[in-house]
Design a protein around this ligand. Structure first.
Ligand SMILES: *Cc1c(COP(=O)(O)O)cnc(C)c1O
Length: 448
């Protein structure tokens, strides 16, 4: 097989700032060992997130210029609405400024004290919005999902036995909906199979409970289904995507992922009265229902992005290039969550730094080491982010869409290999300052 090349060429370039180790040491200390608190300009290769960090296409930039900034009924809104209706089959398409705005509206309406929301794994903002409503967020991913070495092809699957047990234990009255995150971001960017989505649907039908998707990476998930699930290889990604959405009663989407834009979100609903209530909340806090807190040009860029993300040569390049990074790390003896995810590679930091106990945040310590050594910005997904809910100590290397070339990824691999060779020198961290919620964004640390 020939090399899978980037299916685009570069039209505009953005120079990177080269920094010295001494400079990075100062930046790290000023930021309290928290990479969220440092200026992006001091980062060489930024793998903090794939959210809103992608490169837009020439067609998307053209769409930006076509944007209609009318307050109500803008052309850009209709273009966005019809594209999403076409992909998802949903009638009610609510634009929001990003995924968590969709979550906040949804859980304000269906959450509340006494309620329990099951998910394969809640993403951090999803958990925070569920808990903010007073409800309990439960993670019911299959056991293989918490084992970094398991090569299960669909490690994002929700455990059907655990779900049935939950319905029996707490009763359907307390479960306003079941959510499935595709792909499972907090669980290593692992996909969910069509078979699993159908099984969740069956349980939901049995208890007359709505099923929702956290569908940020719906296209990447569908591509994995096409590649890995029996009987799916001859289908188009578009038809798999449609089948996934057909199974659901609603979905929240951050368009900053598979929408291929820098800002934007969507809330999809079928239920008419839930839609009316959501629209009222949207108007109260986000904006009128035909712009939802966005500029018309943002809606136009989204309409174009949601089309481009289904191009299969793009998805093939996307999934293969993430896999490339993962494979090279594994070949160097660095344990990652296997197999590599769709949007990111997750290093097993507990394995990388066996001398650092969980209480000293091995993931955060490794993140600091990667920045110090090579100017690479990664993110901890472990005890800092999830506290006692953390099942693994991971460091996520998220790959922005259409941004970095293979030689830049080769540099990332070299840096990680060098840090690995001297991993005994990495020191644990302690928290010196932290807010009550979502502490990973603003906590400050010191070396122990
Ligand atoms: C990014 C993300 C969100 C939140 O979206 P924002 O646009 O960052 O608010 C929710 N769920 C998952 C799975 C995500 O990856």
């Amino acid at each position: 097989m020939k090399t899978i090349i980037e299916p685009f060429r570069i039209k505009v370039v953005e120079p990177l700032k080269m920094t010295t180790r001494e400079h990075r040491e100062n930046v790290l200390r000023d930021a309290g060992f928290n990479v969220f608190l440092m200026p992006a300009e001091d980062v060489l290769i930024d793998l903090l997130t794939d959210s809103g960090t992608g490169a837009m296409s020439s067609e998307q930039w053209a769409a930006i210029m076509r944007g209609d900034e009318s307050y109500a009924g803008a052309r850009s809104y209709y273009r966005f609405e019809s594209r999403l209706q076409q992909i998802t089959g949903f009638e009610h398409i609510i634009p929001t400024h990003q995924g968590r705005a969709s979550e906040r509206i949804l859980f304000e309406l269906v959450g509340g004290p006494d309620k329990v929301i099951p998910n394969n794994n809640h993403f951090d903002t999803t958990r925070a919005n569920v808990e903010h409503s007073g409800a309990v967020a439960l993670d019911l991913v299959i056991d293989e999902g918490a084992n970094p070495r398991s090569r299960h092809p669909f490690k994002g699957n929700l455990d059907i036995d655990k779900l049935e047990r939950l319905f029996k234990d707490v009763g359907p009255e307390r479960i306003p909906l079941v959510m499935v995150t595709i792909t499972n971001n907090s669980g290593g960017g692992q996909p969910v199979s069509l078979e699993n989505l159908k099984a969740v649907r069956k349980v939901c039908d049995q208890y007359k409970t709505p099923m929702f998707l956290d569908a940020c990476r719906f296209a990447e998930n569908a591509f994995f289904i096409k590649e890995r699930e029996e009987g799916q290889s001859d289908r188009s990604v578009e038809s798999i995507v449609r089948e996934m959405f057909d199974l659901a009663d609603g979905a929240t989407i951050s368009a900053k992922k598979d929408g291929l834009v820098n800002i934007g979100g969507v809330l999809l609903l079928r239920d008419e009265s839930l839609y009316q209530n959501a629209r009222n909340l949207l108007i109260l806090t986000e904006g009128f229902s035909t712009y939802g807190g966005l500029a018309g040009r943002d809606l136009d860029a989204m309409a174009q992005g949601f089309e481009e993300v289904l191009h299969e040569d793009y998805l093939n390049y996307r999934i293969r290039s993430t896999e490339y990074l993962g494979k090279k790390l594994l070949e160097s003896g660095i344990q990652i969550v296997e197999p590599p995810g769709g949007h990111a590679v997750y290093i097993d930091a507990a394995e990388f730094c066996p001398h650092i106990p969980s209480a000293q945040f091995p993931g955060q310590a490794l993140v600091a080491a990667l920045y110090r050594h090579g100017g690479i910005r990664a993110v901890e997904i472990g005890s800092v982010m999830f506290g006692e809910h953390a099942k693994m100590e991971l460091v996520r290397l998220a790959i922005p869409r259409r941004v970095y070339t293979q030689s830049q990824i080769d540099y990332v691999i070299e840096v990680i290999q060098e840090v690995h060779a001297k991993r005994d020198e990495i020191r644990g961290l302690k928290i010196v300052e932290a807010p009550p919620v979502l502490r990973h964004f603003t906590a400050r640390f010191a070396e122990v």
